[in-house]
Design a protein around this ligand. Structure first.
Ligand code: ZN
Length: 197
């Protein structure tokens, strides 16, 4: 995990949003390989192992690691990032192709959430696993929800929560509920939205 990303993590417990305090045990350059993340509000602790933060409750990784509809070439223009900096979150199958996505959005950090088993935490990507996004509200430059996450209202709400105002969530699935996200466009089972104002 990029050490800078730890500034954007939050406790996934259902209490007022709280940051997580990092106690690193092993660092390699700017990557935290082993450590503990603790919540100052509820005192929960999460282990960071092989660079991966697992907050629990993630669906088991699927064996179908094909790209789905949201290939790198399809998703990059939909996310619409201009210029370097910050992070793009890839949830589920799109995370398998993080290297190709990174090449299309130079200088943007990749965050892979619940990726296939073949994706490991390494230079260029941080890996999170869990039943929610352990990321702060208004902290990410874009979120891509592969199937079936793009069809799950809870994940759509999580994506809309963490994306910065005015930036985009891209999902694979039927059009999301207007209470969850402001729909900008949809076609061919893919939708683009932004945080509801
Ligand atoms: Zn907590």
């Amino acid at each position: 995990m990029f050490i800078e990303l730890t500034d954007h993590l939050r406790c996934p417990a259902d209490h007022e949003e709280a940051f997580l305090v990092l106690l690193p045990e092993r660092l390699e350059g700017r990557s935290v390989r082993t450590g503990t993340l603790g919540c100052p509000v509820c005192d929960r602790r999460f282990a960071l192992q092989d660079g991966v933060l697992d907050t629990g409750g993630a669906p088991p990784p699927g064996d179908d690691t094909g790209p789905g509809t949201l290939t790198p070439d399809a998703l990059a223009p939909l996310v619409g990032l201009n210029g370097p900096g910050g992070y793009l979150v890839l949830v589920g199958r799109p995370a398998s192709a993080w290297r190709d996505v990174a090449a299309l959005v130079p200088g943007v950090g990749m965050v892979a959430v619940n990726p296939g088993r073949e994706v490991v935490d390494e230079e260029g990507v941080s890996v999170l696993r869990g039943g929610t996004l352990a990321l702060k509200t208004n902290s990410m430059r874009g979120v891509v929800l592969g199937a079936p996450y793009g069809a799950d209202p809870a994940w759509v709400r999580e994506a809309a929560r963490v994306v910065l105002p005015g930036l985009r969530v891209v999902g694979e699935g039927p059009d999301p509920h207007p209470q969850d996200v402001d729909l900008m466009a949809s076609a061919g089972g893919v939708w683009v939205g932004s945080r509801r104002r």
